[in-house]
Each structure stands twice: as C-alpha cells, then as structure tokens.
Design a binder for this molecule. Sequence first.
Ligand code: TRP
Length: 331
Amino acid sequence: MLKRILTGDRPTGPLHLGHYAGSLSERLKYQADPESECFFIIADYQVMTDRLNTKAIQGDILEVVRDYLAVGINPDKSVIFVQSQIPELAELTMFFSMLTSMSALGRNPTVKEEVRAAGLGAKMSLGMFSYPVSQAADILLFDATHVPVGEDQLPHLEMTKQIGRRFNAQFGETLVIPEPVVSNVPRLLGLDGNQKMSKSRGNTINLSDNPDVVRKKIRGAVTDSGIEVYFDSKEKPAISNLLLMYQIATGDDMSEIEKYFSGKRYGFLKEQLVDALNAFLAPIRERRERLSDHAICWALQEGTFRAEEEASVVMRRIREALHFDYPKIFS
Ligand code: TRP
C-alpha cells in the first residue's frame, strides 16, 4: 500500500533541534521508504496569522528549504512546495469554509492557545480564526494518507478529517481521509527552561548554528538545583532536557547515557553535550556549505511544479463532485 505523506512548516525562521527530533528525522525515514511518497508544504499563508510584516518571507522560505536539504531531504524524492503558489489551495479553502461551523472553529484549542499567546482576543483576524480550514485544504488536496505532526496539530487533523467526511457524505466519495502520525519523541524544552524550544523565544539550538554558538548556548543553558546528573523530568527538568538533547545527538539509549553520566557534574554533561551536538551537526553543516542558492531555488521550483500537477488533478475531481465543473457550460 502506497503511503502519501504530507506535512510542513511555517517559514518563520531557522529550524532547530526540536524540529529535527520531532519531525525532520521522521521525514527522512519516510523518504527512505519506497512505499511512501512525501510532500512537504511551506505554509507561507500561515505566517500571516501572526505577522503582517512579510518583508522577510522570501528569504525565510529559502532558509527552510536550505535546512531541509541540509538534513538530507532529497528534492529528487520528496516534493517541497510553497502553499501560496498553489492557487487550488485558496479555492479549496473557500469550499471547505462552507463545510465548517464557526462553533467548531471557536473550540479549536490550538488556535485558542495561539490567540491567547498573541494577546489578541476577539481582535484575531478571520484568517487566523479559520486557518485550520486552510490547513485541511493543504492535506486533502494532495490525497494525503499520513500526516506526521506534533501533538499541538491534532485538533487541526481532527477538523481535517471532519471536513473530509462531511464532503464525502454530501458530495460522494471524493476525498481521502488521512490519519495523523504523532511522533513519540518527547518535546524539547528551551535552553532557558521554558516549556517549549521555539524560535520565537530565542531558546533553541538551530541546525545552522556554528560550533562556537552551540558552545555558548549550552554553557548558558539553565540547570536545576543539586549537582547530580540523572533523568527525571519532574525533579530535574532542565538536566533531563540536556540529556535528551545528548540522546538526539548521539542516538544512544537513555539508560546507557545515564550510566555514562552517573556521578558526574553538570559541567561535565554540558561539555560532553557540546561535543556531541557539534559532531551531530557537522555533516549537516557540510551539506549546507555545499548547497548553492541555485540548488535551493531549483528544489523549490521543481517541487512546486510537481505539487501543482497533483493539485490540478485532484481539484478537477473535487469540482466535479461539487457540480462546479463549469467548463461544461462555457464550452
Ligand atoms: N500548522 C503547521 C505548523 O505550524 C504547518 C502546516 C501547514 C502543516 N499546513 C500543514 C502541517 C499541513 C501538516 C499538514 O507546524
């Protein structure tokens, strides 16, 4: 059974270790699986849910693609494309908005949380309120079967499935109903001890950080009280987080890692972590250096072209089901 994988990112800055652990490493596995076809969407419309200053958007898109290729996403195998360059996505969002109730959107916990974090309240834009509908279009327009996402995206996936089922019930079997695939890697905390490693908080190890930056950031990372190193995310959240980063960088088992650090001080863990991270990032940095701007633009052009081919076929099917295949009455 062929799997169609679709997932993506908002282009809002460099990708970090949390992205790698929770998402990019999974994508590499799917890419290596001959039974899977991968589509990666760069969700530029979604950037406008939290900022109207779009001056940097083109550079940010290219940086995401650079990060993708640097970690090993291969544009000959995987389709990397830009959301706003597929006009059918806007069209399908319009149709889907007719299948979605205001109350269901108003209950979406992820949107609620984002609105709260931005301090927007009822001032949120219509686009922000309804972006899960646009995301449903991202997924259903490409006949995705599997959508690897973080847990925060599950409400959007639930809504996507609802829209798909509703469409099929009303207009006949047309859309493939996808399943989310949630990564079982625990979420990384920020280096500042904050709940989430996130670019907006500046508490990340970026995949593009150079060795000195990695050293500085790890040396400055918060730790917990006490001196002993062991894994206990309740008692030692910051130290456990550093151990988790060490695990991501080395791929070792946590029990081995704990044994290695038992009886050692925080300073030793930090030193070892710097080395492990730099060893892990070295091949990514090397690949990044070899990437020309031309290769990045080519990957994006080629991917967007392939995505558009797919989109036009599925959209034709959708318009027919909706009886909106008007070329009939115009020809
Ligand atoms: N909302 C996702 C995020 O912030 C990005 C995204 C946009 C996405 N469209 C998607 C993810 C479709 C999966 C499928 O991470």
